[in-house]
Design a protein around this ligand. Sequence first.
Ligand SMILES: *Cc1c(COP(=O)(O)O)cnc(C)c1O
Length: 412
Amino acid sequence: MSFIAKQDTKAYKFLELERVRQRDGIELIASENYVSQAVLEAIGTVFTNKYSEGYPGKRYYAGNEIVDEVETLAIERAKELFEAEHVNVQPLSGSPANMAVYFALLKPGDKVLGMKLDHGGHLSHGHPVNFSGMMFDFSQYMVDKDSGRVNMDEVREIALKEKPKMIVAGFSAYSREMEWQRFREIADEIGAIAFADIAHVAGLIAGKQIANPTPFFDVVSTTTHKTLRGPRGAIIMCKKEYAKAIDKAVFPGLQGGPHDNTTYGKAVAFGEALTADFQEHTAQVIKNAKVMAEELMKKEFKIVSDGTDNHLMVVDLRSKNKTGKEVTDALDKAGISVSMSTIPFDPNPPMNPSGIRLGTPAITTRGMMEEEMKRIAQWVSDGVDHSDDEAYLENLRKEITEFCKEFPVPGI
Ligand SMILES: *Cc1c(COP(=O)(O)O)cnc(C)c1O
């Protein structure tokens, strides 16, 4: 980074500060990860200079012979990773990818069924403040109050009653496996399009740790920067019959030129995800999450659905008489990053919800294992218990900074 350092000391300072922040803290935000040095390099290359509106072999600009190869490489690797018939690797991020899916396969006002935000769904699955909820007529399924799991009989009931044109299966804050097959059956029963948004678990699917809906869903979207550990961005996968509609919706429907440096990074990240090392890594991500959930439950924390099958867990803080906001702020002071989260049927407002969401992808990338999960669970618990004690949290931060030195972050 010698050029930034020399040319722009003001901007460079922020880079140094952020590197230190990422190095010295424990990253438990479930949607975050640390990309490899190779992916970091890839997204900072001359591919950022190129304009490539169109698709491989059909561009509106000259000089795309090499970009065509890069995009094709990313597509071929994604096809292999997810067993997809068709892949579009141009979406700029998860929400725009979902927008392209809706625009490709629906008309404004069409009925859609998606998971409710405070039950684990994503904003782009029909929340009223999001374009999805404004433009389409969403109904929403929830989790069961006692089990904390999606009740598939209820999903079917709503589907039969509402007859949506599309059913969205997927989540941002749900720690159990989705019953992809049941969603497919319900969609078939009413003739709906089955759409899976695997943004959170794509890495676990690519690593062959949990079930993959791609072979039997009509369309699947995913971000590339969460458990998949690639650059910020997204891809859309679909059956051949929807390929044209999806491609047209992404470009020219929604986007102009793709970000070729990001496409390059996606190709490199997908190459990593195809390795046995990545499978091992994702197995450890899940093992670590299970250990952390168990440890927290031993310390009288309530985990929604009483455990996890994936990389994340939603912690209901009401048993500790704390809220998501105060715990998030307190843990941040101790050097532990978490995100606040609503819990199903949350009595508190979204800006100060009753829970936090924790995830293990980033800390597993640093090489932390079961033993470290136990220590971290203890620190989370201590931080919650001492959320008003600034001096305690400051001391905890020092201990955590020391601990983090043993676990290097790629690229730092
Ligand atoms: C993160 C996420 C998205 C949105 O991704 P952005 O890149 O933040 O726009 C969409 N769907 C789900 C399920 C997600 O978890």
